[in-house]
Design a protein around this ligand. Structure first.
Ligand code: PEP
Length: 249
């Protein structure tokens, strides 16, 4: 089946609310491509102004995290209900920076994935290996484990609506992109893993992105691969180049 590509920008901890509005307004005409789902995953404080600025456009606004509890004494956290209340449709879960700096594990990723799904938010579930793990030859085993734990207690119907982002950690923010063959190999292995767990229909439908130094000159080659359904883009999502990535063809 033909899967619609999805290109998501991960703004990380960049752009104040006023800067976010300016960037959405600048990018709006550049990303107006109906053939691709376009998502801007912005800092929490930017969500409401970004939603306002994106109104009437094809841009969906996503969050970069949520907490897996409903509400309560969790200082500094943001809940799924808070996100849906304002119209957030996507959330990045388990980005490697959150795993590295904020102690997220495959188990907390699973709890967050379940909470997002429960509230009708599409999780963009991140997985990826370090350079050492790649050199040790354990990339595929590791990614399979990350995916299997992230999707524990997720049903087939739920799984097919989610998005997976394969992001080799050594390629994030380094300017060092995986080759399109390396990216395809792991994305295909992820789809195989999904097929084993959920069957062919889910594997055919679920969208798998590549992330790691995607830019306007490598997007077309990466996105042309059979198992790569778009990208999760960090640095290049903060500038006009993002429009070229969305219009990669
Ligand atoms: C990311 O933040 O998920 C990412 C892939 O960053 P970059 O595109 O800057 O490597």
């Amino acid at each position: 089946m033909a899967r619609k590509k999805i290109v998501a920008g991960n703004w990380k901890m960049n752009k104040s609310p006023s800067e976010a509005v300016a960037l959405v307004n600048e990018l709006k005409p550049l990303v107006a491509n109906q053939e691709v789902d376009v998502v801007f995953c912005v800092p929490s404080i930017d969500i409401i102004p970004a939603l306002e600025a994106a109104k009437g456009s094809n841009i969906e606004i996503g969050a970069q995290n949520l907490y897996f509890e409903e509400s309560g004494a969790y200082t500094g956290e943001i809940s799924a209900t808070m996100l849906t209340d304002v119209g957030v449709k996507y959330v990045v879960i388990g980005h490697s920076e959150r795993r590295e700096y904020f102690a997220e594990t495959d188990e907390t990723v699973n709890k967050k994935v379940l909470k997002a799904i429960e509230h009708g938010i599409t999780p963009i579930v991140c997985c990826g290996e370090t350079l050492t793990q790649r050199e040790q030859g354990i990339t595929i085993d590791l990614i399979r484990q990350q995916i299997k734990i992230a999707y524990q207690n997720v049903s087939a119907d739920q799984a097919k609506t989610t998005v997976i982002a394969y992001e080799p950690i050594w390629a994030i923010g380094t300017g060092k992109t995986a080759t399109s063959d390396q990216a395809q190999e792991v994305c295909a292995a992820i789809r195989t893993c999904i097929r084993e767990v959920y069957g062919a229909a889910v594997a055919d439908e679920i969208r798998i992105q590549y992330g790691g130094s995607v830019n306007d000159s490598n997007a077309a080659e990466l996105f042309a691969k059979g198992d790569i359904d778009g990208g999760l883009v960090g640095g290049a999502s903060l500038k006009a180049d993002f429009g070229k990535i969305v219009n990669y063809k």
